[in-house]
Design a protein around this ligand. Structure first.
Ligand code: GLN
Length: 308
């Protein structure tokens, strides 16, 4: 692999900046609408300890859907892979991340995959804990453990904004509760889900989390947190469903396992030794970071990182 340099990452950011203007910050969650759509940052972390970064990589932003792969890991820890897959499938939908349509039209009414909102809410309902607070604390601490940082917190303003505008997610949860796909009452699952979306991170945190998956579920000090099988399942599911109804195009044009969120984050996990975190809140129509994808296109091509 060609070595990285900060200068080259700066060049990628400079080349991709023009795409920021073409994107839109997520306005359906009002607190996200205040983000600066010109921001764009990248952080590359290697197993060797080398780190490279450029642009607005120090900015904090909400994880949103980037939380989904990690909540999936926690649910698999709590129930085992088979039990989790009784509540959620592993197929991409080709529909938007918050789509309702397939829940009713599919034979089983089971959510298609854990990366769309429906499947993610079902998975969140499986995180164990006596109270909602305990479930969220476990989830937050799990994310801190994997990101190897204690400086990760809930953004209360974003959480309140999610609560105020989350009726589509409520409709998904109520429907799934009726069909028996939630392990806790819908209200409780939704509270934890809205909170997990509002956890704030940086591009560096995402790079560290990507590296954890790339290494197969192990922290940088060698501690195993999840099994290789669980880490592989998550890498595969983000490769096929991580960018919602843009996952096929992303696989064809970029070609690495990645998970996006409407906060503008993209986390990438490249086996065996690389994590990449992106922040760029200007989104395309599918809810993915427009300029962020452009940075990844250049980086993956130059360094020959495509996995296919
Ligand atoms: N909080 C967002 C929602 O539920 C997360 C979706 C996303 O990041 N695509 O609509």
């Amino acid at each position: 692999m060609r070595p990285f340099t900060d200068t080259e990452l700066k060049e990628y950011i400079k080349n991709a900046k023009k795409y920021c203007a073409k994107g839109k910050v997520a306005t359906y969650i009002p607190a996200l609408a205040r983000k600066n759509k010109k921001d764009l940052g990248v952080f590359v972390m290697l197993e060797s300890g080398e780190e490279y970064a450029a642009g607005d990589y120090k900015e904090k932003f909400s994880m949103q859907s980037v939380s989904k792969p990690f909540v999936l890991l926690l649910a698999m820890q709590d129930w085992g892979i088979e039990k989790v897959l009784e509540k959620v499938g592993l197929e991409s939908t080709g529909d938007g991340f918050n789509s309702v349509v397939r829940l009713e039209t599919a034979d089983t009414h089971k959510p298609f995959n854990p990366m769309i909102n429906a499947g993610a809410i079902a998975v969140t309902s499986m995180v164990k804990g006596k109270t909602v607070d305990e479930r969220f604390e476990r989830l937050l601490n799990f994310i801190r453990l994997i990101a190897e940082s204690e400086d990760i917190h809930l953004n209360q303003e974003i959480y309140e904004s999610e609560l105020a505008t989350g009726n589509r997610n409520r409709s998904l949860a109520y429907f799934m509760e009726g069909e028996g796909f939630l392990a806790t009452p819908s209200q409780e699952a939704l509270e934890v889900y809205f909170k997990q979306c509002s956890i704030e991170v940086t591009a560096k945190n995402l790079a560290q989390m990507g590296l954890f998956l790339a290494r197969g579920g192990v922290l940088s000090d060698g501690t195993r947190v999840v099994s290789e099988e669980e880490a592989r399942l998550v890498r595969s599911i983000i490769a096929s469903c991580g960018l919602y109804d843009e996952s096929g195009e992303f696989a064809a044009k970029v070609g690495i396992p990645a998970k996006s969120g409407v906060g503008g984050g993209i986390m990438c996990a490249i086996k065996p030794d690389m994590g990449i975190g992106i922040y760029g809140p200007a989104l395309n129509a599918k809810g993915n970071s427009l300029a962020g994808i452009e940075v990844l296109k250049q980086l993956v091509k130059d360094h020959d990182l495509c996995i296919y």
